[in-house]
Design a protein around this ligand. Structure first.
Ligand code: ATP
Length: 322
């Protein structure tokens, strides 16, 4: 390979910049040129690409977001736009791709690779940690810590006022952020798509904890498919029990901020290995991490399987919040 393209796609995640840095510097040090594709598939279709040099990677390791910008493209779902993107890549002389994103981005990468014979290696970058085949994704650790800082502050006021708080964290279907933040933040209940608890049960648990002498409680909900459901839950608790539960929706602050050391290290390891794999002639795989070892998983497996959530953390949080 002579020239590779690197892009970030889907939701931005802290640690994407250290991943770009590691990919670019690994490739350049092996005399392979690197082009940065701007705004993911949007820039691929619109032919917005920039040459990346060693020094362009200076001082980005600590920055949140992605210097290449990211994007979502409905057009890329259509074969004709993927053909346009492939023509743009070929015109630039790009003969391999590194895709940093979530499973949606990998689905697009697979189609592009299959239809236009472009080798692609994926790197899991999403705060949701919902990518099959890897224990961890770039940005997850930072997002958990950001949410945790907010929850620690909320605990102060919950405790001072003897209040119940419902805190809604990000996370689409799987609730990984919720289970980690819930355990680390000492929550009493953690509600995710995989751990649905009835309002009756929540009220019963709250009353029981009050009877045991607890004066404040934190309930974590994952936003799921319907952001804002924390308000519905608060209303339902009030109607059932008269208990007043305050709501705090953490929202987009969880996406931003300087990446944690963990995410920078993960990003550097994954991106270095991804470029090595691409240059070694491998294709259509994702570099992930399992039991702290780097692994390479076929993209069709990654995109066809759901990663189950970790219910053991939810049970442990319940046990320890007694
Ligand atoms: P995150 O989980 O962090 O949001 P993601 O990569 O899963 O990241 P998506 O919005 O699902 O984010 O996907 C990013 C982009 O990938 C989409 O906007 C679209 O351009 C492309 N994409 C997703 N699914 C497909 C598909 N089935 N076919 C072609 N392209 C796709």
């Amino acid at each position: 390979l002579k020239k590779i393209g690197v892009y970030t796609s889907g939701g931005d995640a802290p640690g994407m910049n250290p991943a770009i840095r590691a990919a670019v510097r690994t490739a350049l040090s092996q005399k392979v040129e690197v082009v940065g594709i701007l705004n993911g598939y949007v820039g691929m279709i619109e032919n917005r690409m920039i040459t990346l040099q060693m020094r362009d990677m200076a001082n980005i390791i600590q920055r949140g977001g992605t210097i290449l910008k990211t994007g979502r493209s409905a057009e890329f779902m259509k074969p004709e736009y993927r053909a346009t993107a492939a023509n743009n890549l070929k015109a630039q002389g790009i003969d391999g791709l590194i895709c940093i994103g979530g499973d949606g981005s990998f689905r697009g990468a697979q189609l592009l690779g299959a239809e236009h014979k472009i080798p692609i290696i994926g790197i899991p970058g999403t705060i949701d940690n919902d990518v099959y085949g890897t224990d961890d994704t770039i940005g997850f650790d930072t997002a958990v810590n950001t949410a945790l800082q907010a929850i620690d502050k909320i605990r102060d006021t919950a405790d001072s006022h003897d209040r119940i708080f419902i805190v809604e964290v990000m996370g689409r279907n799987s609730g990984w952020i919720a289970s980690h933040v819930g355990l680390a933040g000492g929550a009493e209940e953690i509600l995710t798509a995989e751990n649905i608890i009835s309002v009756d049960k929540i009220v019963e648990n709250l009353k029981n904890s009050r009877a045991r002498g607890k004066t404040s409680s934190i309930i974590i909900t994952a936003e799921g498919q319907k952001p804002g459901r924390a308000y519905d839950l608060s209303d339902a608790i009030r109607k059932k029990s008269g208990l007043d539960a305050k709501v705090c929706i953490l929202g987009h602050q969880q996406r931003g901020g300087t990446p944690s050391a963990h995410d920078r290290i993960l990003a550097s390891r994954l991106a270095n290995a991804a470029v090595e794999a691409l240059l070694a002639g491998r294709n259509n795989t994702m570099i992930g991490v399992q039991a702290d070892k780097l692994v390479e998983i076929p993209l069709d497996l990654v995109t066809s399987k759901e990663k189950p959530g970790d219910k053991t953390l939810i049970h442990l949080a319940r046990l320890l919040s007694i």
